[in-house]
Design a protein around this ligand. Structure first.
Ligand SMILES: O=P(O)(O)OC[C@H]1O[C@](O)(CO)[C@@H](O)[C@@H]1O
Length: 616
């Protein structure tokens, strides 16, 4: 069997599209802040264009003027601004500094009515309104940390019962009461199978909060990459026998997760293990996964609720079960989230940290996502916060249409890793290169547990360096007109992590209201899933056509064009080429002769006829 791998080395790279311009809708705000801070004539001409467009829209009056003036540079005035705007949540020990975002008082006043509308919408959402109209769903992640807020007693009971079941199950597993059939007698590992919102929260929390020696160590399969799956299973080795597999999928039908499950089940079979005795599912009642679990008699099932979205599911069984099994105090996480929820219900902008974040995002990105959000936690354990926020923010805000059906192509791009590591990677560009971002620093005051610190040099600890790097980077960026927000917590604890998650969940919800979009659906993702399904369907047709040809004449080979014509898919010839290239590279049942670099030269055949398939 000929393989094409190695033949196709130099494909043209495709430049990703820039954000589509589209018409300015009423929510699109001016981008004059930068232009008025710069002397560049190009930016002035952009400013004129935008200003002309604004005149056609029903925009918030005065924003243009409000954004003029640039960033405060006088140290005394800047200190006053710092103190004036500093938000503190005393009990949580959380601070939010927005002084390095250049919004003016006029801007805040102009935005005030929008914020009041957003607060009202949030209040209705919490009361059980259908806040996700496209899917006809309530949005209830806030109820998870305070069941009394749920709009009816049935939901309250569901929440409380699930939390109790999670705690009981985790206790029973950790204590060895629930155990695997293997002679080891205790579960030592968790293999979590899930993707997107069914993986990112648990991954973030594991990295942030799992103790050095957790009762159960966690691994993740969060993709349909066979090599990645093999790697996780190989790393478990004989401990597969003492691994609790948690399959997480709200819908219960996500292909990547299903594939992960099938791969893991195969590994269990090959190791002579009974998967059902070690499998746990977290999914919506009556989903495909739920039914499979029931039929096969898995160890346990926990519900996912219709009214909790994947990206806001960390405080449901999705996040709580894996965390509890790793020995994380999940009740503390819930308390932190609930305290933050309380704070972010304030209708006074200055007293509401989520609203302050939304205000900054709106200002920094002109309400149209014109700048990216770079998230920089200065703490290794918070490394995955930026990845977690990437889904929360981008899947929520990245929308083509607003709630009134106008094309708006909204969103804010999020990326980041950690400080000070990134200082030695991309911060060069942030300081001096293209000015297309604002930064969010996450600062953790406590360097190490008490009693463990020491001075590397007189008066200076390792943590002082980390602190210095954060402060230095923040100052250096600001000096070059790069705006930043700083969120400070005392320590990385279940409570502070719960609070951080809740803070950003609310900020995203409020911002979505400001720009009039539905933050709780993801129609774009569905389009990608549908297209992927079509590719696999096309692959089946290609194989059927090749099989048919082989049955007619085992020596007959077909050109790509002939395959495309016989598949009745002449416009899909490029995809057919990619399918054949991929199958050939994986030693699948087809022979491709020719040069992959010259697709017209390719001749493809199966070599043998599968009669059963022919009549299938
Ligand atoms: O939990 P599920 O239903 O498997 O979905 C996983 C992820 O897929 C998405 O639906 C996007 O495809 C996310 O919103 C979600 O978190």
């Amino acid at each position: 069997m000929a393989s094409l791998s190695g033949l196709c080395s130099s494909f043209p790279s495709v430049k990703p599209n820039n954000r589509i311009g589209g018409e300015l809708s009423p929510v699109r705000k001016d981008s004059l802040a930068v232009s008025t801070r710069s002397n560049s004539s190009f930016k002035h001409s952009v400013a004129r264009e935008v200003s002309a467009d604004l005149s056609k829209t029903n925009d918030v009056a005065g924003l243009k003027q409000a954004k003029q003036g640039g960033l405060e540079k006088d140290p005394k005035a800047l200190w006053r601004r710092y103190v004036d705007w500093l938000y503190q949540h005393k009990e949580l020990g959380l601070y939010l500094d927005v002084s390095r975002i250049g919004f003016s008082d006029e801007f805040v006043s102009e935005m005030e009515p929008r914020f009041q509308a957003a607060f009202k919408a949030m209040e209705e959402l919490e009361r059980g309104a259908i806040a996700n109209p496209d899917e006809g769903r309530m949005v209830g992640h806030y109820w998870l940390r305070n069941a009394k807020l749920a709009p009816n007693p049935f939901l309250q009971v569901q929440i409380d019962k699930t939390l109790a079941a999670v705690c009981d199950f985790a206790d029973a597993v950790i204590s060895g009461k629930i155990k695997p059939p293997s002679p080891e007698g205790r579960f030592t590992q968790i293999l979590s199978v899930g993707i997107g919102g069914s993986a990112l929260g648990p991954q973030f929390v594991a990295e942030a909060l799992a103790p050095d020696n957790p009762p159960l160590k966690i691994r993740f399969i969060d993709n349909t990459d066979p090599a990645g799956i093999d790697h996780q299973i190989a790393q478990l080795g004989p401990e597969l026998a003492s691994t609790l597999v948690i399959v997480i999928s709200k819908s219960g039908g996500t292909p990547e997760t299903r594939n992960g499950l099938l791969e893991v089940q195969k590994a269990f079979r090959e190791a002579g293990l009974d998967f059902a005795k070690q499998g746990v599912a977290i999914t919506q009642e009556n989903s495909l996964l739920d039914n499979t679990t029931r039929i096969e008699g898995w160890v346990a099932r926990f519900p996912m609720f219709d009214w909790v979205g994947g990206r806001t599911s960390e405080m449901s069984a999705v996040g709580l079960l894996p965390a509890a099994l790793q020995g994380v105090d999940i009740r503390e996480m819930l308390i932190g989230a609930s305290m933050m929820d309380e704070a972010t219900r304030s209708t006074v902008l200055r007293k509401n940290p989520a609203a302050l974040l939304a205000l900054c995002w709106y200002w920094a990105t002109d309400g149209i996502g014109s700048k990216d959000m770079v998230v920089l936690p200065y703490k290794d354990s918070l490394l995955l916060f930026s990845r977690y926020l990437q889904q929360l923010v981008m899947e929520s805000l990245g929308k083509e249409f607003d709630l009134d059906g106008n094309r708006v192509n909204q969103g804010i791009s999020v990326y980041g890793n950690k400080g000070s590591t990134d200082q030695h990677a991309y911060i060069q560009q942030l300081r001096e290169g293209v000015h297309n971002f604002f930064v969010t620093f996450i600062e953790v005051l406590r360097d190490r547990p008490p009693g463990h610190d020491w001075e590397l040099e007189p008066g200076v600890t390792c943590g002082d360096y980390l602190f210095g790097m954060l402060q230095g980077t923040r100052s250096a960026l600001y000096a070059n007109d790069r705006e930043s927000i700083t969120v400070t917590v005392q320590e990385v604890t279940p409570r502070s992590v719960g609070a951080l998650i809740a803070l950003y969940e609310r900020a995203v919800g409020i911002y979505a209201s400001l720009v009039n979009i539905n933050a709780y659906h993801q129609p774009g993702v569905e389009a990608g899933k549908k297209a992927a399904g079509e590719v696999l369907a096309l692959q089946k047709r290609v194989l059927a056509v090749l099989n048919e040809a082989s049955c007619e004449d085992p020596a007959e080979s077909l050109t790509l064009q002939e395959i495309a014509d016989r598949c009745h898919a002449p416009d899909d010839i490029e995809m057919i080429y990619k399918i054949i290239e991929h199958m050939a590279a994986n030693d699948r049942a087809l022979i491709a002769e020719g040069d992959c670099g010259s697709p017209y030269s390719l001749k493809v055949f199966l070599g043998e006829c599968n009669v059963d398939e022919l009549y299938a």
